[in-house]
Design a protein around this ligand. Structure first.
Ligand code: BF8
Length: 622
């Protein structure tokens, strides 16, 4: 395929061409070789959960292979596979959340001098929220108690998860009634592994309900802790300006790209890169300075809090290296294509891993812990400076001028932009100036022309006066399309134009990384409580038009289980079971008041989300 068919972006086209000319493989090349995919796997009807198999279940009428060796049918196999898929995603986000607890614990115990409590006020607020006494106590003691409360969310809670009270009462009652109130992050994930062992949960609807509980423990548990403690340690984001696309890579500077998810590593890299003695070293090596730019979600974390530029989203990660101007890609975990090691080896680029739980063969490894973070980050930046002296200037091509973006819309920032209360937002919704709100989240997937649906859907919704919130890899897409600046209101309907114009904010608000979808959950909880209704009554929706990962599936699942209709641009591997597919697309509506829709045409997806919003507005008497 031509580059123009693979991505909507000019910087991607140029780098795909360069990659081809330099014989560097990309995800698109490998997808082509993997196509067509195994039909059984695609439908979700392969089972590798025991060694009486592996089994493939045929769903054709009268097929001989209609059961696995154990007797499991397609429904059971699909539900089990989907359950483990959701558990994988919940584990990713939540283990990230746990790493933040460990950093806060290290701060409390005096085991790190590199991290501090940047926002004591937020820590006190969170502590009070979860029932910890704060009056007249030392900050460290309060923090210590908060660490304990957060750890409890990971085991088997005897009481509710710490932040579950953010969900409206009606929702919590529903979760109790249905039996999906999450009892602990690790517990729900472990139980999913147990249930899907041969001979346990052999009732597809029952397994699906546990998928919902597992995902809820992520959205209202692990992810929420990840977000909140990141704010405590690194600061709550406030609106600021930055730039995006491959044009943020600077020809005359030492370019360090941070990639992965946890701000624990990337914040330290930035801190080291700002040390005057390292800037001097970079200059002595012939560079104009050090430039730290972001990829994927750790990029979002730094963008939200520190305003660093965003080089790109998921499918731009290989292409960023192809510019030939990247000295180091520093990663922690998640969404890091193993192919980056090979791509980096084609240049002077150092591919540097930092997490014990995410090593890559062929990478340089600088393990980062709370006690040694800044020293390791300094060594990494020094390595990048060394790499700069090896750069082959003849192979450098930076394909675009960067575009302006605005970021930093934490819930605190949104409230403050609204003058401290939700009332102006609710008034705008009631008046129909903002007809509804949709969160567009998630990834790129080479099966879909890069960012065509992410951007297309956002524009379609804006035209209909539906406010858009973005996180994760949709952020860069929206930014490159000019939707993350106040001037973006020109692409919106009259109502959004008026409201966002008056507030001086973009029509698409950036709320952070993928764990920060918990901010959207929290916001929905606040709005629902203010109106005295359930989240499922709100004129809101969610969408992941180009998703690929287990984590995105977990997000979709907790959104639906929280009462938010969720659109997916392509289906998970469940179509081999009519039972599971029907529950996902319809049955969940009766159980949790929301369901999934799968639609690859973004205009039709916008119509579906619009129809839902219309219906919910009528329900609220608007
Ligand atoms: O957690 S949006 S490709 S980077 S999974 Fe990954 Fe998807 Fe990007 Fe962040 Ni989220």
């Amino acid at each position: 395929k031509k580059p123009e068919e693979l991505s909507i972006w000019q910087d991607a086209h140029a780098m795909i061409r360069k990659a081809k000319a330099e014989s560097i493989e990309t995800a698109w090349d490998r997808l082509e070789r993997q196509t067509p995919h195994c039909k059984f796997c695609d439908l979700g009807t392969t089972c590798r959960n025991c060694i009486m198999g592996p089994c493939r279940i045929s769903t054709k009428p009268g097929a001989k292979m209609n059961l696995g060796v154990c007797g499991a049918d397609a429904d059971v196999v699909v539900a089990r596979n989907f359950g483990r898929f959701i558990a994988g995603g919940s584990a990713g986000h939540s283990d990230h959340g746990r790493d933040l607890i460990e950093v806060l614990e290290a701060i409390v115990d005096g085991d790190t001098k590199h991290y501090t409590i940047t926002e004591p006020e937020k820590l006190i607020r969170l502590a009070a929220e979860v029932g910890i006494a704060t009056e007249g106590r030392e900050l460290n003691d309060v923090a210590n108690d908060l660490v304990d409360e957060c750890y409890k969310d990971f085991g088997s809670r005897r009481s509710s998860l710490a932040f579950l009270s953010r969900a409206p009462e009606q929702r919590r009652a529903l979760w109790d009634r249905v039996g999906i109130t999450p009892r602990g992050v690790d517990r729900e994930i472990a139980e999913m592994m147990h249930r899907t062992h041969m001979g346990c949960d052999n009732d597809a609807p029952n397994t699906l309900l546990h998928s919902a509980r597992c995902a809820l423990s992520d959205g209202w548990g692990g992810s929420m802790i990840g977000t909140e403690l990141s704010d405590v340690i690194f600061g709550t984001p406030t609106p600021s300006r930055s730039t995006s696309n491959l044009g943020v890579i600077k020809e005359d500077k030492v370019n360090i790209l941070v990639h992965g998810h946890n701000p624990v590593v990337s914040e330290m890299i930035l801190a080291a890169a700002r040390r005057p003695e390292l800037v001097e070293k970079a200059k002595a090596a012939g560079a104009a300075g050090i430039n730290v730019a972001g990829l994927c979600c750790t990029g979002n974390e730094l963008l939200m809090r520190q305003g660093i530029p965003m080089a790109g989203n998921h499918l731009m990660t290989e292409l960023a290296i192809v510019t030939g101007a990247v000295e180091a890609v520093v990663v922690d975990y998640q969404c890091i294509m193993p192919s980056l090691v090979t791509a980096a080896h084609c240049y002077h680029t150092r591919f540097i891993t930092t997490a014990e739980k995410a090593k890559f063969t062929g990478a340089m490894h600088f393990e980062v812990h709370p006690h040694n973070a800044l020293e390791q980050a300094t060594a990494i930046v020094e390595e990048a400076i060394r790499a700069y002296t090896e750069r082959d200037k003849g192979r450098v091509e930076i394909p675009a001028e960067s575009v302006e973006i605005m970021t930093g819309f934490s819930n605190e920032a949104i409230l403050s932009a609204l003058g401290g209360t939700l009332t102006p937002l609710l008034d705008a919704i009631k008046a129909g100036k903002i007809r509804g709100i949709v969160g567009i989240v998630g990834c790129n997937n080479p099966k879909i022309k890069q960012d065509s649906a992410n951007v297309g859907l956002a524009k379609e919704l804006l035209k209909r006066d539906i406010l858009v919130l973005v996180t994760g890899c949709v952020t860069t897409a929206a930014g490159k399309a000019g939707l993350l600046v106040p001037e973006g209101i020109e692409m919106a309907g009259e109502g959004i134009k008026e409201v966002c114009g008056a507030l001086g904010i973009p029509p698409v608000l950036h709320l952070g990384s993928c764990v920060d979808n918990s901010r959207i959950m929290h916001l929905c909880g606040l709005v629902a409580k203010e109106l005295g209704v359930d989240i499922s009554d709100l004129p809101v929706g969610a969408s992941s038009p180009e998703w690929y990962s287990e984590k995105a599936a977990a997000i979709g699942m907790y959104a639906v289980a929280s009462g938010i209709m969720t659109h997916l641009g392509l289906p998970p591997n469940i179509l081999g079971s009519e039972t599971v597919t029907n529950i996902a697309l319809e049955g969940l509506e009766d159980i949790v008041g929301a369901h999934f829709v799968v639609e690859d045409d973004y205009v039709k997806a916008a119509e579906l989300l619009d129809a839902r919003i219309r219906m919910k507005r009528v329900g609220l008497g608007l």
